[in-house]
Structure formats: C-alpha cells, structure tokens
Design a protein around this ligand. Structure first.
Ligand code: NAD
Length: 318
C-alpha cells in the first residue's frame, strides 16, 4: 500500500462493466488520482484511455488516466478485475467457469509478480467463486481480496423498499446476503426502517403494508439482472457504480458497511467460502465480517447458499 497521497487504481478488463466503473470514477471525482487501464485487447484499452482523457476537462477533479500493462500494478492501491469471457454455445456453466479460471490465472500471476500489495476487487461473474479463485491464486491475505458480492443487490433492495414504504432508501437498513445469484436472499428479521423493525411494522394493523409484498420485492431483486439482460443484453451501469462505491470506501478509509463478497473465517459457521455478507470496509480491505442475528429459517437459507458456492468451487481445477 502506498503511503503517499497518490491513490492509484488499476482496472483489468475494459469491457462494459470495467468502463462503466471508470466513467463513474471520473465523474464522481476526487476518489483517486491515477487510473491505469489494462485489457488483453490493448487497442481497446488505448482507445478507452483516450476517450476518458478527452472528457477530463469536464470532470470535477483532475486524474492521470492511461492504458498500461501489468508492471503498472506495482504501487497501486487497488486492482479491480472486470475481465471475463462470455459463454459459448453448448458450454456448461462449469466449462465457462473453468475458462474464467484460466483468464484469471493469466491476470493474477503477472499482477502479483509486479510487486502489487494492495487490494484486489473482483466483479467478474460468478463473482463469489472468482473472488475465491483470486484469493487462492494470489495467496494474499483474505482481508485484501474482495468481491462486489451483493452490494448492487442490496442497493436494489433498498431502492424498492424505499419506494414501497415511501421512505428515503438511505433510511432503510436491509441487506441481500449469500451468493450473488439464485440462492441469495433477504433476511427479513434484519430489515429496519430507521431503527424500527419492518417485521413489527408489517404486523401492526394500523399500517397498510403487506408481508407478501416483501416476497415480491425479494424476487424482484433476485431477477433484476435477468430482466435487464433480456431488455439490453447486459448490465453495467449499476455494477460500475457499486464498484466505485467500494473503491471510495477503501481509499477513503471509511469503515463503511457493504455487502461485499468476503471470506468467512468461522462467521455464520462457515470457513473458506467467499460470500456476500455485511462487512466493514476500510483502507486495508475487509476489517470485519458482521455476523447478523439470523432466525433459524434465515440461517438455513444462508447455509444452503454457502453450500452452493462450496460445491461450485470444489468442481474447479486450480
Ligand atoms: P465485456 O465482454 O464487455 O468485457 C470483458 C473484457 O474483458 C473485454 O474487454 C475483454 O477483452 C477482457 N478480457 C478477456 N480476457 C481477458 C484477459 N485474459 N486479460 C485481460 N482482459 C481480458 O463483459 P462485461 O459486460 O464488461 O462483463 C465483465 C464481467 O462482469 C462478466 O463476468 C460479467 O458477468 C460480470 N458482471 C458482474 C456483475 C456483478 O454484479 N458482479 C454485474 C454485471 C456483470
């Protein structure tokens, strides 16, 4: 980690997700002062750097942006990985996963070789598995390997709950936890409107709210990505902003609670698995995984999600 004022971020994978992140980073301004773009397609990384640089005059703060190579990871604070390959026809999910492992091998090895000792932030899907792959290949400490996890899903949840209860989403405290995928869920016992439990509000006959609506909202969150992909082939702005939020929490040493994909070390009865859980994020990565007081039913859902991730990972050749 650098001790100077320079805050340097390297982005690997300048596709839709990577560049949505870079665009948000430039527009929000003041988060970092150096951004390096790396892609297997060097021409694309060059073009993207030129394009962003030309917009800098209209941005809030100045930044140094360039296309680079793995040597540039030395001295960086964060390496964001949004590189990935698309599914081929007839290919199984596991085949795709195995190909992404090879992509990650070609990335993590040179990043580590550069002398990089900052924080890895992974967005490539399936994000919980790819974060664990990054941990295994880099041999970095667990605190320094983070996945985007259910950060975006949690933002979607708060937006929908805010809408339903007609309350600013900032005053809704709620998390989507588990795998960033089909087994993710919302522990309803942990949903708060300000400091009032939503289950209490739902049971109070004076209010017009309905518990069935919670199931619908949870389903809406879980299927959001599918709907967006159906409509426009891919999702990228939301995740780009979620990555920016995590980068800001790290570089600003915020100690903010975000549902990133973090390694369990005994929390929730798990070990080794990387999974979306509320975690305190600061300058050194994951400071602490917060263990929520889940009900028995919620705990069973979490265990199931953890099992899905454990089995997917065990099917891989590393
Ligand atoms: P994309 O195809 O637009 O971009 C992928 C980029 O990776 C391309 O520019 C490609 O050249 C680059 N790349 C491929 N192999 C590489 C290698 N070996 N080294 C360096 N770069 C390499 O895809 P996208 O839409 O940007 O999606 C990227 C990833 O993000 C996918 O895995 C996608 O599923 C994932 N994603 C995650 C979330 C989330 O919530 N975590 C949300 C949306 C998408």
């Amino acid at each position: 980690m650098t001790t100077t004022d320079t805050r340097k971020v390297v982005l690997i994978g300048t596709g839709m997700v990577g560049m949505s992140f870079a665009y948000a980073l430039v527009n929000q301004g003041g988060i970092c002062n150096e951004l390096v773009l790396i892609d297997v397609n060097k021409e694309k990384a060059n073009g993207e750097a030129m394009d962003l640089n030309h917009g800098l005059a209209f941005a809030k703060s100045n930044m140094q942006i360039k296309a680079g190579d793995y040597k540039d990871c030395r001295g960086a604070d964060i390496v964001v990985i949004a590189a990935g390959v698309a599914q081929k026809e007839g290919e199984t999910r596991l085949d795709l996963l195995q190909r992404n492992v090879e992509v990650f091998r070609s990335i993590i090895t040179p990043v580590v070789k550069s002398g990089f000792d900052g924080i890895f932030l992974v967005a490539t899907n399936p994000v919980d598995i790819m974060t664990r792959v990054t941990f295994e290949l880099s041999r970095f400490g667990a605190a320094k390997v983070i996945g985007t996890g259910t950060t975006l899903d949690t933002a979607r949840l708060r937006y929908l709950l805010g809408d339903y209860f007609s309350v600013d989403p900032k005053n809704i405290h709620a998390y989507v936890i588990g795998e960033h995928g089909d087994s993710e869920f919302v522990p309803l016992s942990q949903v708060m409107l300000a400091t009032k439990s939503v289950t209490e509000i739902l049971e109070d006959k004076r209010y017009p709210y309905n518990i069935d609506e919670m199931t619908k909202i949870e389903e809406q969150v879980r299927t959001s990505a599918y709907k967006i992909i159906e409509a426009k082939k891919a999702t990228y702005y939301g995740i780009g902003m979620a990555i920016t939020r995590i980068v800001k929490a790290i570089l600003g040493d915020e100690n903010s609670v975000l549902t990133v994909s973090a390694k369990l070390s005994g929390e929730y009865g798990g070990n080794d698995v990387f999974i979306g859980v509320p975690s305190i994020i600061g300058r050194n990565g994951v400071k602490e995984v917060l263990e929520l007081s889940l009900t028995e039913e919620e705990r069973a859902k979490f265990d199931k999600s953890r099992q899905v991730l454990k089995e997917s990972f065990e099917g891989l050749k590393l």
